[in-house]
Structures are given as C-alpha cells and as structure tokens.
Ligand binder design. Structure first.
Ligand code: AMP
Length: 532
C-alpha cells in the first residue's frame, strides 16, 4: 500500500498510461499526461519557493487543471488549502491569515475575488499568485507564474517526501465564533478511507465517477483519490450545472457515469423536477450520498426509477475524514417515514453512542455520537484549545482519542446506528455545513443591530433547512431586510445569508438571561404552519 496520496497518480500512470484520468469541459487528460503535468508543476512550485509543509491555497472551480494543481502541491511537499471562490473577500482573508500560505493558485473564476483581496491589501506579504489554467494570466496580478507554462521542467517522477501522518490538506469549515476553522487532514487519514471504499464499492479502472461536491468540501477528496487509486475516470461536474436538474441528469446520462456521489439536496432537486426516467442512467452502478439526511420519499423515488443501481448512505464529519459509517439500502423502504440508518463503522473506524460521562449507552437509548479510529484528524490548525474540546481521550484507553461529533444517535435493531439530529447549533442547508453562530456574528456586526437569533427552519424544499433571522434594533436605528442582506454579504457566502428577517422589539430570554433560540425557532415554525 502507498504511503502518500500523490502516489496513486504515479501508480496509475505506470499501469494505465493511456487511460483517461480526468474528463472536464476542456477535454480528456490521460494518466500519463496527468503524471507528467503534475511532476513539472511541482518542480515549478519548488522553484518559486514552496518548501516542505508550506501551505498553498487553491481558489478555483472544480476542473481538471485545479485538481491537477492539488496533486502538484502534494508532490512539491506542500499542504493544499482549497478555498471557495464564491466566498466574500473578508472571509477568504481570514482563511489566508490563518493558513499563511506561501502561494495562492487561482483560475479564471477567482479573478474578482483576488482583485478584491489585492485592493484591500489582504493577501499577505510575500505571497505569490500562480495561475492553474491557461485562461488566467499571472500578469494581471503582477506575477508571471503559471502552472501551465512548465515546458522547461523535468517531468520525471517526483514522489514528494511527505506522506503518512503529515498533513495533506486543510479544510476550512464554518466556525461558531465567526472565524472559519481549519481541519488538518493527513495522507494516512485519506488513504485509510480510500482503501476501504474502493474495496467496499469494487471501484475499477472501468468506472466513470462523478465529481460534484466543490473542492473545499471533504467529500470531493473521496471522488478524486478513489478514482486515482482505481485508475478510473473522474468527471468534474461544471459549476454551471450546480442547480440545474435537467443539466445534471443529462450530464450523468451523456457521460455514462457509473458512480454518482453528492449531498442529498442534489438528489432531492432531481427528484422534485422529475428529470430521471424509468431505468434511466443504464450505466450507473451506484448512487452514494453523505452530509445530511436523505429524505426517505426521495430515496424511494430514486430506487424505483433505478432498480439496477446500488444505494449507499455514508455518514461522517470532516474531522473524521470523508465518512466513518456506511449503510447500503437493499430494499425500497416500505413507508415514506422509515428512517435510513447511518449504519455501521467503516473499516478501522468506530461509532460510539455515549452518555455525558462518556459511558456506552445500551441499544435503543439516545446519546452523543463519538467517532474513533483511523479517520480522526490530528485537530484544528494551530488551535489546540478547540482541538482539545472535541478530540477527547478515549475513556477505555486515554492514549487514544475519540471525536465528539455533536450529533445525537442511537444503536438501533441489528446494530445499525440511527442519526437523530444535532445537539448544538450546527445545521446543514443545501449540503453546506453552517454554524449559526457564524451568521449571528456577522449580523451583530451590522451597525444598528442590538441582538439577533439565527435559526434553522425545516422545509420541504431541496435546501432541507432554511435560515431565518429574528432581530431587534437599537433605539432609533432603521434597517430593512434588504439592507441587512447587503451588509452581511460582505462577510458571508451566499448560502449562509438568512432567507427571512423578522424584526422584534426584544428577543425572548431563558432563565440565565441568554437568548432563547429554541423558543424563537419554535415560534417561527408555528408561524409558517399557520401561514401554510
Ligand atoms: P461535514 O463536516 O460537512 O461533513 O458535516 C458533518 C455533519 O453532517 C455530521 O456531523 C452530521 O451532522 C451531518 N451528516 C453527515 N453525513 C450525514 C448522513 N449521512 N446523514 C445525516 N447527517 C449527516
């Protein structure tokens, strides 16, 4: 078994040089070409000064060039940090401040963001900007470095010296105090999952695999490295198809994909628009989802339409690398309300349902879900306090760690674990992991806001959970919902912006004098029921 992720590409290039590794809108890239491109680009990165363990931020759409640049960073000995180019400059600047990158790699989709960062002088000193594609000219940013201009560089194998327990990438997720937090993921974390998954799913060189989740989501790591591990084809889904149900269905059909993997909201969208025909997608062997609950009626729809496919629920947080448990649904659920278990732990991982004293609860009882085993991240980037809060010593062996997910669960019949929601204020909306606290911090920063409560409201829509904000203004302040929206857009990505604003004179408080978010949420849910 290999010790580092970049070796998957080298191995596949030896075994299947002429097979297609990546197929995006710009065309097909073979394994031989990918290997040579990434070796050259890695040498260029070294020449620009990237040294062992340096962070390299990558701001780009999901494309063959961007994915190849991630592998190049690993070969150069770096740690890559994928960043959402749709995030506002202020949020990206906080990530850059935390990551302290040696270089930032960008594609054409990132130009306005980088312009804004440069204009506000938020890029950091000495940071070099490199282009990952031929369409982005480095000159625009006063730098001439482009990963596509590497003709003079040696393309022989460059293994990279980092692997095993060294960090491969940092993934920044929403943080409850307002600042995104960086989860460090090692080569070994990803290798363990990929080795299990390729064997469990029987991934082969004949597979054509979807790449739907954006690169800053850890689910994309599975698409990329499981594809390369198997010598299969990865088909990055163009961002323009993101919310276009007909376009997405056409993409699966035209590319004859054998595996589709996405967050449930995408499956809900396709079901709602009824774009999948009877026995559609004849090549599709498996359909996988992860990240939130897939509503049972949506699963029934898909299973009835595609009786030839295998349906698998994967569960897990970024902090435990891609997914930690699995449940393949064999029979179409009998009722619309039958919950779908998150199942059993993947190889090398463990799910534990514990009480407040970290004692195991008997089957059937609801408790906190902890995860142990090979997927556990070493922790949050340069944040030992936050790490120690949630990665706690395993009571059975304090030398080992377990991760408190914040999820509630129980062990159900047959040892299958059921997911029962969150114990805190993290939500999922359209598949995005959101700390409501991050939104509240942004709203509270708007001049004129006295106090606010941001809550998640369940909906029948594809977003799953809608974000609403109830707030009180300081005396004499005047603000409209539209003005608030404009103000927070400076700090939050679009998917975090509340869909509704409710103005009140004061928010309800609990006995400790804290804002009673539960009662705000319940009242808002009741209002929608009455309105509906
Ligand atoms: P993320 O770090 O974005 O992967 O989010 C992790 C959280 O998403 C978990 O702690 C759960 O709350 C939720 N989650 C992930 N997978 C599932 C699933 N299959 N079913 C229900 N919730 C899930």
């Amino acid at each position: 078994m290999t010790d580092n992720l970049q070796h998957y590409v080298t191995r596949a290039a030896h075994k299947y040089p002429e097979r297609v590794a990546l197929h995006d809108v710009s065309g097909r890239t073979t394994y031989a070409d990918l290997e040579s491109w990434t070796n050259r680009a890695a040498r260029l990165l070294r020449e620009t000064g990237i040294a062992e363990g340096d962070r390299v931020c990558v701001v780009g759409a999901k494309s063959s060039a961007t994915i190849a640049s991630l592998v190049s960073v690993l070969k150069a000995g770096g740690i890559y940090v994928p960043i959402d180019s749709a995030s506002p400059a202020a949020r990206v600047a906080r990530i850059l401040d935390a990551a302290e990158p040696g270089a930032v790699l960008v594609d054409a989709s990132a130009t306005s963001l980088v312009d804004a960062l440069i204009a506000e002088d938020r890029l950091g000193t000495g940071v070099r900007i490199g282009a990952v594609d031929a369409h982005t000219t480095g000159e625009r940013f006063g730098t001439a470095f482009s990963l596509t201009a590497t003709a003079g560089f040696d393309d022989r194998e460059l293994a990279g010296t980092r692997g095993g327990d060294a960090l491969a990438h940092l993934l920044f997720t929403s943080g409850s105090t307002g600042a995104p937090k960086g989860v460090g993921i090692t080569h070994r974390n990803v290798l363990a999952f990929v080795e299990w998954a390729t064997s469990y799913f029987g991934t082969s060189p004949d597979d054509r695999i979807s790449g739907h989740p954006p690169l800053h989501f850890d689910l994309s790591t599975f698409d990329i490295y499981a594809t390369f591990a198997a010598g299969a084809e990865l088909h990055p889904v163009p961002a323009s198809l993101g919310l276009d149900p007909r376009g997405l269905a056409r993409f699966i059909r035209d590319r004859a994909l054998t595996q589709w993997f996405s967050v449930p909201s995408v499956l809900t969208l396709l079901a709602k628009f009824d774009v999948v025909g009877e026995d559609d997608f004849p090549a599709l062997k498996r359909l996988l989802w992860c990240g939130e609950v897939l509503p049972t009626p949506v699963l029934r729809h898909w299973m009835c339409r595609l009786p030839h496919a295998r349906f698998t629920n994967l569960y897990g947080p970024t902090e435990a690398t891609i997914a930690s448990s699995v449940h393949t649904v064999v029979e179409v659920p009998e009722t619309e309300t039958e919950p779908i278990p998150i199942g059993v732990a993947c190889d090398g991982e463990e799910l534990l349902v514990l009480d407040e004293q970290l004692r195991p609860l008997p089957p059937g009882e609801i408790g906190d879900l902890y995860i142990g085993g090979v997927g556990l991240s070493p922790g949050y980037w340069r944040d030992p306090d936050r790490t120690a809060e949630v990665f706690v010593p395993d009571p059975r062996d304090p030398r080992e760690r377990i991760y408190r997910t914040g999820d509630l669960a129980r062990v159900g019949p047959g040892g299958l674990v059921d997911f029962l929601g969150r114990a805190d204020s993290q939500i999922k909306s359209r598949g995005y992991r959101i700390e409501l606290g991050e939104i509240e911090t942004a709203v509270n920063a708007v001049p004129g806001v006295k106090e606010c409560a941001v809550v998640g409201i369940p909906t029948d829509g594809f977003e799953g959970t809608a974000i609403w904000c109830s707030l009180a203004l300081v005396d004499g302040a005047e603000l409209t919902g539209a003005e608030l929206r404009t103000a927070v857009r400076e700090l939050l990505p679009g998917y975090m912006i509340p869909a509704r604003w409710e103005f009140v004179t004061a928010l309800p408080k609990n006995v400790n004098g804290k804002i009673d978010r539960r009662s705000v949420r319940e009242r808002l849910i009741d209002t929608t029921r009455e309105a509906g």
